[in-house]
Write a protein that binds this ligand. Structure first.
Ligand code: DUC
Ligand code: ZN
Ligand code: ZN
Length: 491
């Protein structure tokens, strides 16, 4: 017996067609008109769209960062993702200081034991010793074909130009893609120290420590290195004109360069949100910083004209009102300590959050929630707002992420032989986004009060229903690691 999705309209990156979809086991086995329903469970999709499950290629679940850990893990973050129509994500497994890339994988595989939806890892390189260079090709054998390097976060994740260049040379040799967080971390450090020394400590000053110029400069540097090495480059969370212009120049020269922006950059602004009175602006501290209405126009143009290929979230959420003291004391007493061990003692205890940065913007943990909201907000602002077509919506949120990161057509489309990750989408259903009802483990929502029209009603992961309305049917451990292929296309 299979599951037969009847009377719906399938949206792929190229077409909108009325057809039935038959799912048997974990795969789509037939697409056609009037498929006989005998022996199958029928899902009536009249008036609904059928889309491939969303893929968010940029998340940080349970990340040790900024003196704490991001809130959502592979349990809560996965449920939230699925309620929003995302059935797969790629998280960043960060190389521990002094450790190997496989040490990172070990840590992240452990986190992923909770997985409720499908996932993969990008390998975040922080220390490219010779033996780490040699390790890179072995990742591809294990289905990990993307590396990430940070050009910012001095003394934390930041690498130097030589490291980036060498990583690109090695990646190019093995058909892997290099991703960069592009901001000039040295200039950021200088600006930050200067601002703090002038007593400028409110959240809004975070913006001025990371102006568009330092994003544009670093993006340009990475784009040029991509041209020199022939390495495929994917620039994450692009936000502003100088960065977009650098990307356009590289593409015009035929360099293998691609980029994404994140959904929040289409909504929150420096002036209204980051500049809110008191400490409220801390809720919106992320890097690169949120910009203004002008940049929103730039980004819509870039996703429309193909300068950018994907939209992700950079989901990395922290409590607005966390709890600062006990974890710090415990971790001091345990020489760093393991967060899970600490948290298990009192599961109601909140991880320290944005409140770490009261009185000093540079101590506010960087990151925002969004894994649940991406598809609904992009549909609402993009499709309902007349900015992008439904097919481009699918391309940006599902298909291109799968192609760029080497898992198409298994993921990212609805086609015979592909995984049956299917979102039944009701374009007429309205929903008011709120922290009171969302599934992310965080006490605020960037889109609080936004009334969106269009949302998932049922979500299937490899043929199994995980979401139906407000009900959850997934389970820990049923999310799978998805092995990815090298030599993915440059779009
Ligand atoms: N930016 C953020 O805002 N959070 C996580 C990491 C990053 O680069
Ligand atoms: Zn980043
Ligand atoms: Zn990130």
């Amino acid at each position: 017996m299979g599951t037969l999705f009847k009377n719906g309209t399938i949206i792929t990156a190229s077409d909108m067609i009325q057809a039935d979809v038959l799912v048997e086991g974990e795969k789509v086995t037939l697409i056609g008109s009037n498929i006989d329903s005998k022996g199958h469970e029928v899902v009536n999709c009249k008036g609904k769209y059928l889309m491939p499950g969303g893929i968010d290629v940029h998340t940080h679940l349970d990340l040790s960062f900024g003196g704490t850990y991001s809130n959502d893990d592979f349990d809560t973050g996965h449920k939230a993702a699925a309620f929003g129509g995302t059935t797969m994500h790629i998280d960043f497994a960060m190389q521990p200081k002094g450790g190997s890339l496989h040490d990172a994988l070990k840590i992240w595989r452990k986190k992923a034991e909770l997985a409720q939806v499908d996932y993969s890892f990008h390998l975040g390189i922080t220390d490219l010793r010779d033996e780490v260079m040699d390790e890179i090709p072995t990742l591809a054998d294990e289905g990990i074909t993307s590396l990430k390097l940070f050009m910012a976060y001095k003394n934390v994740f930041q690498i130097d130009d030589k490291t980036l260049y060498r990583a690109m040379q090695q990646a190019a040799k093995h058909g892997m893609i290099v991703m960069v967080h592009a901001e000039n971390g040295d200039v950021e450090e200088q600006l930050r120290l200067q601002l703090l020394s002038e007593g400028k400590t409110d959240p809004i000053w975070h913006y001025y420590s990371r102006p568009p110029e330092i994003e544009g400069e670093a993006t340009n540097r990475a784009v040029v290195m991509s041209g020199m090495t022939g390495c495929s480059l994917y620039v994450v969370h692009m936000t502003c004109d100088p960065a977009i212009e650098a990307m356009r120049r590289g593409r015009a020269q035929g360099f293998p360069v691609m980029g994404e922006t994140c959904v929040q950059y289409f909504h929150v602004t420096r002036d209204k949100h980051l500049g809110a009175p008191g400490f409220e602006g801390a809720k919106y501290v992320c890097s690169p910083p949120i910009r203004n209405l002008h940049e929103q126009g730039t980004l819509w143009q870039a996703v429309k004209d193909g300068t950018l290929q994907a939209v992700s979230t950079d989901h990395c959420d922290f409590w607005y009102e966390g709890s600062v003291g006990p974890w710090q004391e415990w971790s001091k007493a345990h020489n760093g300590g393991d967060w899970a061990e600490f948290e298990a003692q009192d599961p109601t205890y909140r991880r320290p959050g944005k409140d770490l940065g009261k009185g000093d913007f540079s101590k506010i943990p960087n990151g925002l929630p969004g894994i649940e909201d991406r598809m609904m907000v992009m549909w609402h602002l993009g499709v309902n707002g007349g900015k992008i077509s439904p097919t481009r919506f699918v391309e940006l949120n599902c298909t291109n992420p799968a192609k760029i990161f080497g898992m198409y057509p298994r993921k990212g489309t609805i086609s015979v032989g592909g995984d049956a990750d299917i979102v039944v989408w009701d374009p007429k259903k309205s929903h008011t986004i709120s922290a009171k009802t969302h599934h992310m483990r965080v006490d605020y929502n960037l889109y609080e009060g936004m009334k969106v029209k269009g949302m998932p009603t049922q979500v299937y992961l490899r043929g199994k229903k995980v979401v139906d309305g407000d009900n959850w049917y997934g389970s820990n451990g049923s999310g799978q690691f998805i092995a990815r292929k090298p030599y993915a296309p440059v779009l």
